[in-house]
Design a protein around this ligand. Structure first.
Ligand code: NAD
Ligand code: DAU
Length: 355
């Protein structure tokens, strides 16, 4: 048996592939376009491991995906491939439409054709798992209940709108063509291999580099944080036991205002890698212009996943964030490699003179 993973060189995808092969010998075919966010260094531990086959290519390439499916006969496809950064989607939505909508559509078309010619036993075993986000549900007010799976879709950014469209396509392929799909909608992840354009790795990187820690607006926007390895275990569980056509929200019950997250990061860094001048890294906090259309609060109600499939996160925010800071301290070479070249242009465009 084999699974096909798309986007497996990105942040969550690479953690998923590493965890999968640490727990099972089932081979992984990893299809990734290696955009700025894809990095084979994340998978260096698998060099020479015959259970992992990497293919550089796009999910919007119907012929390539069809060829891979025919050649490797996977029993499941897990779709991580996406453009994932909200700020980039505001600067330039087109790539998000192409990969997240057109790409998901072409992938579904290739999978539909492959599924259609499988024998009954293989058909019964086959799964298409689509990895999505809580951002499709829009923004919550302070006292609103957390998002459940039946919450209305109200995406507010080009990124979340493109993910919402992909979720609808996945749903439609189940209802119309009987494709055995599963969808997971997860809250904000953090952990190893997180690209330093996102809040947590950006703050760790800038703090250590003596640069400003940019806080959008008043810093009181709330995100619901989940350690990436818990997201991976949730996906494995849904793949194993999820009900066909169902949606599962994934979250860690860890709502935090952004400013609190940054204060926590500064406190851990003050302890593990203090500034030479003895001051706290908090001195580097800088309030900058808010993100246009910035969603105020996300919160995931993950009780369906716990009740029906028995999944719970292993990490609290406190344990996960400490592991994460330690990982970045121990992997400064990885950070140095991903923050050269194109990364510098992005930071200049997004933050101007602030960084
Ligand atoms: P990421 O940006 O770190 O990685 C995305 C990966 O997809 C990269 O390796 C990239 O090269 C690859 N890719 C991009 N376009 C492709 C294409 N056309 N064909 C093949 N590969 C392509 O993203 P991430 O944070 O790892 O997110 C993975 C998935 O999880 C995304 O679908 C995202 O929407 C979803 N998600 C992310 C979070 C989060 O907090 N990061 C939370 C919930 C859901
Ligand atoms: O909720 C799940 C989503 O989480 C995923 O679907 C996305 O792929 C992922 O990128 C993430 O989106 P966010 O926009 O929430 O993550 P980001 O790390 O970009 O920002 C987290 C919060 O921090 C958000 O309120 C914006 C704020 N922020 C971000 C950056 C990069 C800042 O205040 N300053 C910054 O420099």
């Amino acid at each position: 048996m084999t699974i096909l993973v798309t986007g497996g060189a990105g942040f969550i995808g690479s953690n998923f592939v590493l965890d999968w092969l640490a727990q099972s010998d089932e081979p992984v075919i990893n299809l990734d376009a290696l955009t700025y966010a894809g990095n084979l260094e994340n998978l260096a531990a698998l060099d020479g491991d015959t259970r992992h086959t990497f293919i550089k290519g796009s999910i919007d390439d119907f012929d390539l995906v069809s060829r891979l499916l025919a050649e490797h006969q996977p029993r499941a496809v897990v779709n991580f491939a996406a453009e994932s950064h909200v700020d980039r989607s505001i600067h330039g939505p087109e790539d998000f439409i192409q990969t997240n909508i057109v790409g998901t559509f072409r992938l579904l078309e290739a999978v539909r054709a492959y599924y259609g010619q499988l024998g009954n036993e293989a058909k019964n075993a086959f799964r298409f798992l689509h990895v999505s986000t809580d951002e499709v549900y829009g923004s919550l007010a302070k006292d609103d209940p957390a998002f459940t799976e039946t919450h209305r879709y109200e995406p507010n950014s080009p990124y979340s709108a493109s993910k919402a469209a992909s979720d609808h396509l996945v749903r439609a392929y189940h209802h119309t063509y009987g494709l055995p799909v599963l969808t997971t909608n997860c809250s904000n992840n953090y952990g190893p291999y997180h690209f330093p354009e996102k809040l947590i790795p950006l703050v760790i990187h800038n703090a250590l580099a003596g640069k400003p820690l940019p806080i959008y607006g008043d810093g009181q926007q709330i995100r619901d944080w989940l350690y990436v390895k818990d997201h991976c275990s949730a996906i494995r569980r849904v793949l194993e036991a999820g009900k066909l056509g169902e949606v599962y929200n994934v979250g860690g019950w860890n709502e935090k205002p952004n400013l609190d997250v940054v204060h926590t990061l500064c406190a851990i860094l003050d302890e593990l890698s203090p500034r030479a001048d003895g001051h706290s890294y908090k001195a580097q906090i800088t309030f900058v212009q808010d993100r246009p259309g910035h969603d105020r609060r996300y919160a995931i109600d993950a009780s369906k996943l716990e009740r029906e499939l028995g999944w719970k996160p292993a990490e609290t925010f406190e344990t996960g964030i400490r592991k994460t800071v330690q990982w970045y301290l121990d992997n400064q070479a990885w950070v140095a490699n991903v923050t050269s070249g194109a990364y510098k242009q992005w930071v200049g465009k997004q933050y101007g003179s602030c960084t």
